[in-house]
Design a protein around this ligand. Structure first.
Ligand SMILES: *Cc1c(COP(=O)(O)O)cnc(C)c1O
Length: 377
């Protein structure tokens, strides 16, 4: 059990992020991406809140297991759940779950499409297709469009339930990046191919957070926000001034100071006996790599009560050492709460940059040893 090391998740901030999103794109429905356990925040409480309180009706997972968890733990939720990458529709035990629990597999290759269309059980099941317009990861190829259209028509379908594609470079400028422009163009052509062939498109989507932040990809019925809902911008630093996004982090990572002691310049501390850089104080905090506070965080700084703490020595499994200058003595006390990140997205993005990670990763790699505590003001 832990009391003071926790990820505090503020649902009121999730609500304000969502309201802000609706202001940015009032005409698009949100398919909220909650894969990897809601980017580490806990998918079930987030989905329950977004569905009950915010009216969000569509959610995106990466695996069937994630989707089943939502169905099992929120049994009366009449929302749509998509599975994006790890679909394994050809396995009988998976196909049965998609059908019986109404979970929508995103089909992104010809083999899966053939299986889906050829399986009588799926005859009236919504068809969701993802095309590769330049991401070059999953996705049906654009040179397969004709064949895809032919097969779909042969099986008597009149429309696609949801046609989608994914940007490879949405963290870059939507206006200046040639790749983004190409992808937009290819998707427009793709839609026109389907419509010209007489197939309806009930839903379409293209934009993830980076695109949405720049008001790109909003011509589609749907948007697929992930990271932005949790607070941070997805854009690379030089592009951030062009973002319309003003979200706040929905989480705050807190721990506390277990012990404070003074050190002299060169005092060796912890595993590896790393010498400290100067005279000052060491605060030992109750987070280590067993919590997802990684060894690569060594050297990064964390502001604390007007001072700058620096993570020194090797991060341990259960603890880490934070160095402070002598002047910080008056604010350092064992038992005090120590906040690694708070609701300020700039501070969080700065920590990601200092530690050579990305905001997505900082969220996702927190382990289950850190309790998630929810609050609605
Ligand atoms: C994860 C994901 C998203 C959301 O991406 P963000 O950058 O977090 O907004 C959107 N679409 C697909 C297909 C995804 O896999």
């Amino acid at each position: 059990m832990r009391f003071r090391s926790r990820l505090f998740v503020d649902l009121a901030r999730l609500e304000s992020n969502f309201k802000h999103l609706k202001e940015l794109c009032p005409n698009n429905e949100a398919l909220f991406m909650v894969k990897a356990d809601g980017y580490g925040h806990g998918a079930v409480p987030l989905v329950r809140f977004c569905y009950n309180e915010l009216g969000v009706k569509e959610f995106g997972c990466a695996t069937l297991g994630e989707a089943l968890q939502l169905r099992n733990e929120i049994p009366d939720g009449e929302f749509e759940v998509y599975v994006f990458s790890d679909i394994q529709i050809y396995l009988a035990e998976c196909a049965e779950q998609y059908l019986n629990r109404r979970i929508l597999p995103v089909i992104s290759n010809l083999e899966d499409l053939n299986f889906f269309l050829g399986c009588a059980d799926f005859k009236h099941f919504p068809l969701v297709l993802k095309f590769n317009t330049g991401m070059n990861r999953l996705g049906l190829d654009l040179d397969q469009v004709e064949e895809v259209i032919k097969k779909i028509k042969q099986h008597g379908r009149k429309s696609i339930y949801h046609l989608m594609s994914h940007f490879s470079s949405a963290s870059l400028s939507m206006e200046k990046s040639k790749r983004n422009a190409e992808q937009k163009e290819r998707f427009a052509q793709l839609k026109s191919d389907f419509l010209t062939a007489g197939l309806g498109l009930e839903r379409t989507s293209l934009a993830n957070s980076g695109a949405i932040e720049q008001k790109a990809g909003l011509d589609e019925t749907h948007i697929r926000p992930g990271l932005m809902m949790y607070g941070p911008s997805s854009l690379i630093k030089p592009e951030r001034p062009n973002s319309f996004w003003k979200g706040e982090l929905i989480s705050r990572l807190e721990t506390y100071i277990i012990r404070v002691f003074s050190v002299d310049r060169g005092t060796p501390i912890g595993y590896g006996a790393t010498p400290v850089p100067d005279d000052g104080f060491i605060a030992v905090i109750a987070l280590g790599y067993g919590d997802g506070f990684l060894t690569r965080f060594q050297g990064a700084t964390i502001p604390y009560k007007g001072f700058e703490g620096k993570i020194v020595g090797r991060v341990n499994m259960d603890m880490a050492q934070v160095f402070f200058p002598k002047e910080a003595e008056k604010v350092l006390q064992s038992g005090e709460i120590f906040t690694v990140w708070d609701h300020d997205p700039e501070r969080f993005l700065d920590f990601a940059e200092q530690t050579g990670t990305i905001p997505y990763e900082l969220f996702c790699q927190l382990t289950s040893r850190v309790p998630r505590i929810y609050n609605f003001r």
